[in-house]
Write a protein that binds this ligand. Structure first.
Ligand code: 0GY
Length: 297
């Protein structure tokens, strides 16, 4: 990994893990890190005035170096709330990566058809609807419905980020969406309640009944009560991989925005993979076949 000293850190947010360990697990050829971000650099791509946190810069060069270091072939870069609807840093990273990256944007209904088309050309394949209150202000459902209708003809999908306790309220809206729907971070279950808790089982039922739903088996570091190596999150991720082997994807979440105590070691996150996807066939589906089907069609 190149030194990070050349990049400016904005105070008030944890830096990412500087020297990730080399994972013991060798990811299959063509593997995709299907959830990660680029932030800034602020001097070129300023953070949004309405942001709820200020990250340190996490530019494309650092992301691509991490991709290579961990053994991945491709990235799916997801627009985070600190850049709000300004997708320039994302598009810039996609244009640099060429076929090695795809993106998920965040747009308002003021976005023009020309802008959507340009983002599609750069490699954007979805939009993110964020319902996490600490990250974004409320957007009325009818606005989201109009955005969904606009992106459907492009063949894009919708990524939803929410907290599991809010699922009962959100589910009717989610199931009415006309596209493939990809759920961030396992639906963010409350790990102390356990896999069999009705709240988590409700999410499994949703996945079961609605075959247009996919899920990211990501972010054990956000849910764990025990810390690394995230033993308490293994059953949550593993049950999703077992039940929905052709609709589950995986990513690092680098540079891990909003981690309050400790930024995770990305090498250790990669070593989480064989614990949730024990066979080579399932690993290949999780890391290569599934994300390729979703993002590189
Ligand atoms: C993530 C998670 C977080 C942040 C964002 O949009 C965002 O700012 O996604 C979070 O704080 O949980 O997906 O990386």
């Amino acid at each position: 990994m190149p030194s990070k000293s050349e990049f400016q850190k904005t105070p008030g947010w944890l830096d990412w893990y500087a020297r990730p360990s080399k994972p013991r697990f060798k990811v299959p050829g063509g593997a995709v890190d299907a959830h990660c971000h680029v932030f800034g650099p602020e001097a070129k791509f300023p953070y949004a005035p309405e942001r709820k946190y200020t990250p340190c810069d996490a530019p494309k060069e650092k992301l691509f170096a991490l991709r290579d270091f961990l053994g991945f072939a491709r990235n799916v870069i997801v627009q985070a709330s600190c850049h709000a609807k300004d997708n320039r840093a994302l598009v810039d990273a996609l244009e640099t990566a060429g076929d090695k990256a795809r993106g998920v944007a965040f747009v308002g209904e003021e976005v023009t058809d020309g802008e959507l088309k340009a983002m599609d050309k750069a490699g954007v394949r979805g939009v993110r609807f964020n319902f996490v209150r600490r990250l974004v202000d409320f957007t009325p459902r009818d606005v989201l419905e109009r955005i969904a209708a606009r992106i459907t003809p492009l063949g894009w999908h919708i990524v939803v980020y929410f907290e599991m306790a809010d699922l009962p309220e959100l589910e009717p809206f989610f199931t009415s969406l006309p596209t493939t729907v990809v759920v961030d971070h396992m639906g963010t279950p409350d790990v102390k309640k356990g896999v069999d808790h009705p709240e988590n089982q409700r999410f499994h039922r949703l996945m079961d009944r609605h075959k247009n739903f996919w899920v990211k088996a990501t972010c054990p570091e956000r849910m764990t009560l025990l810390g690394p190596p995230y033993d308490d999150v293994v059953p949550f991720a593993r049950s999703l991989v077992e039940k929905f082997p052709d609709r589950v994807i995986w990513g690092t979440d680098w540079p891990h925005p909003n981690m309050k105590k400790e930024a995770p070691d990305d090498g250790m996150l990669v070593d989480f993979i064989p614990r949730i996807a024990p066979s080579a066939a399932v690993q290949h589906a999780l890391l290569a076949d599934n994300p390729m089907r979703l993002y590189w069609r």
